[in-house]
Ligand binder design. Sequence first.
Ligand code: GLY
Length: 365
Amino acid sequence: MWEELARKISEKTLLVCRRSGEKIPYRVDGQGRFDDLSGDNISWWTNGFWAGSLWQVYALTGEEALKSTAAALEKKLDAALMDAMGMDHDSGFKWLLTAGADYTVTKNPASLNRLLLAASNLAGRFNPKGAFLRAWNDRSGEKAGWAIIDCLMNLPLLYRAAVITGDPRFGQIAALHARTAARHFQRPDGSVEHIVVFDPVTGERLGTRPGQGMAAGSAWTRGQAWAVYGFTLSYLHTKEPLFLSCARKAADYFMAHIPASGLIPVDFAQGEDCDFEDDSAAAIAASGLLELAAAAGESRYRDAAEGLLRTLSEKRLELSPDTDCLLKRCSVSFHDREHNHPLIYGDYFFIEAVLKILGKGVFMW
Ligand code: GLY
């Protein structure tokens, strides 16, 4: 089944690559075609995912069009590297999947340069009093003490920079942030907060915000998936048992809350009468669970990952060549007006996870 699925999603990705030119997509339009953020929204956090998908399928197929398009998109992101207020904590998402993938595959020095510029900027967001990486920017300073669970996925940019440069500060900052996430984001039941607010002057934890989830104390599913994958990645890079234990707890919580349908809601606390779904949370969790299964040596995590991917491929996968997306029902945030639509990162993590099952693709984190 997995070989066949990998072949189908690769064929579709190649076809969409050929007709999309140098678009940097986020969502699809009414005709099912990718939009393009490379004009006026070059700093958006999702702008690395399409290139990441192209690199994954290139690793499987060796099709040159995928590689050359990914390299062109990476170059377009140079404008984002020059946008100081657009450089937030999401540099890992943007440059690990573009410059990082390129450097892994080709050893291109321009890609290494981009990777290190992005890593230095991310390291500069560290607040030493609270031991966290600041999330978003604002001019008022109101968000100077905000940190979010998603940031765990950006830490490999720092871990990688430490190895490449031989400068341990990058890895120290990443591990300090991950320890803060373990202490201040994860609840006793294994679920995690989306946003934790610290006093940026004293470092004191002031409280939480529901962020993209339903309410204070609820469990935004993509945030739970970032925790499963993100803590696992910090464990892979540091071998600190704390991070493996956090990843296990997050994974056990996630797996215990998968509904009978196998489809993932936007928030695990939403009522059964609410049909908001997030296929991206399912795909991210699946890829993270596969990594955790290998790190922890526990096959139940792989079984859960395969279950999530099988459900997505049976119920939510769009293989028609008439649309550009793969997964049909993702959601940005519980309180958005729109739900259950394609999002580029859902597709990226689905491709990554399916290829990972086969031992194929590129490890970008
Ligand atoms: N990192 C933002 C999100 O997951 O929507």
